[in-house]
Write a protein that binds this ligand. Structure first.
Ligand code: PEP
Length: 252
C-alpha cells in the first residue's frame, strides 16, 4: 500500500496564500519521487482554491478539517458535507485533539460524525491520541481503547471494503502536536502496535485500516518515522504549511 501523507493547515492561510501553496505543491507533485497518496486539509474558505490548483494531481485529495453531521438547517456557524463536496472536498478530519480538547467534542459526537460522513461517501481521517498526563499515569492503552471503541462504534456494521477505502486512523500523541517533541521510535512502535491490536479486537476486525503517525513531523524525521512497523503514513501540521517542506516529507 502507498504511504499516505496528509497536511492539516489548521487555521492558517487566507485564500491567496492557500492558492500559492497549492500551486507550488501541484508543480512539485508532478515530479514526486516517492509513491504516495497526498491529502490536504485547508481552512474551509480555501478548499475550492486548493481543489482547483490540485485538480490535475494523481493520488491527491482535498478534505475539510470539520463539518456538522446534519444535511442542512438551523445550525448557525456550521458547515455541511454537501457544501464541502461542492467546494471539492471528499475527506474530513474527525477527532483531532484540538477539537477534542479545545472544542470539547465527545466520543459520542465523534462517533456520530464518523458514521454520518462515511454514510455520505466522505472519507474520514479519525484522530486519536493520549495527553502527557494520561501517558504518564499509565493510561495509554485505556485511552486508545476508549477512543477507538466508542468513536468508531457506529461503523462496525459497515462493509469492510468501504471502511478500507474510506477510513484512516491517525495516532497523534497530544504532547507531540505542535510542540516540537516528536515521539521516539520506541513510543511510536509501541503505540502503533497497540492501535492495530485494539483495531483487530473490534467487531468485524478493523486491523486492515491504515494508521498514520502525527506530532511534530518534519522533513528531517519523516523518513525514519515512515520506516517504522505499522506506520502507514504521516499527518503533518506545522511542517505542511510551507510547500517545500511538505514536498520534502512527501519525498522522504
Ligand atoms: C496536527 O495538527 O495534526 C499535527 C500533527 O501538528 P504538528 O505537525 O504541527 O505537530
Amino acid at each position: 500500500m502507498k504511504k499516505i501523507i496528509a497536511a492539516n493547515w489548521k487555521m492558517n492561510k487566507d485564500r491567496a496564500q492557500s492558492r500559492a501553496a497549492a500551486e507550488e505543491l501541484a508543480s512539485g507533485l508532478a515530479g514526486r519521487k516517492a509513491e504516495r497518496t497526498v491529502m490536504i486539509f485547508p481552512p474551509f474558505l480555501s478548499i475550492a482554491e486548493v481543489s482547483k490548483a490540485l485538480g490535475g494531481c494523481a493520488d491527491t485529495v482535498v478534505g475539510a478539517q470539520n463539518f456538522y453531521p446534519a444535511e442542512s438547517g438551523a445550525y448557525t456557524g456550521e458547515i455541511s458535507l454537501a457544501m464541502l463536496a461542492d467546494a471539492g472536498a471528499s475527506w474530513v478530519l474527525v477527532g483531532h485533539s484540538e477539537r477534542r480538547h479545545i472544542l470539547h467534542e465527545s466520543d459520542v459526537f465523534l462517533a456520530q460524525k464518523t458514521q454520518f460522513a462515511l454514510s455520505r461517501n466522505f472519507g474520514v481521517v479519525f484522530c486519536i491520541g493520549e495527553t502527557l498526563e494520561e501517558r504518564e499515569s499509565g493510561k495509554l492503552a485505556d485511552v486508545l481503547t476508549r477512543q477507538i471503541s466508542q468513536g468508531l462504534s457506529a461503523v462496525f456494521d459497515m462493509p469492510s471494503n468501504l471502511l478500507q477505502e474510506k477510513l484512516i486512523i491517525a495516532y497523534e500523541p497530544v504532547w507531540a502536536i505542535g510542540t516540537g517533541k516528536v515521539a521516539g521510535d520506541r513510543e511510536v512502535l509501541e503505540a502503533h502496535a497497540k492501535v492495530k491490536e485494539i483495531l483487530a479486537a473490534q467487531p468485524g476486525d478493523l486491523s486492515i485500516l491504515p494508521v498514520l503517525y502525527g506530532g511534530s513531523v518534519k522533513p528531517a524525521n519523516a523518513q525514519a518515522l515512515l520506516a517504522l512497523a505499522n506506520v502507514d503514513g504521516l499527518l503533518v501540521g506545522g511542517a505542511s504549511l510551507e510547500a517545500k517542506s511538505f514536498l520534502n516529507i512527501i519525498n522522504a
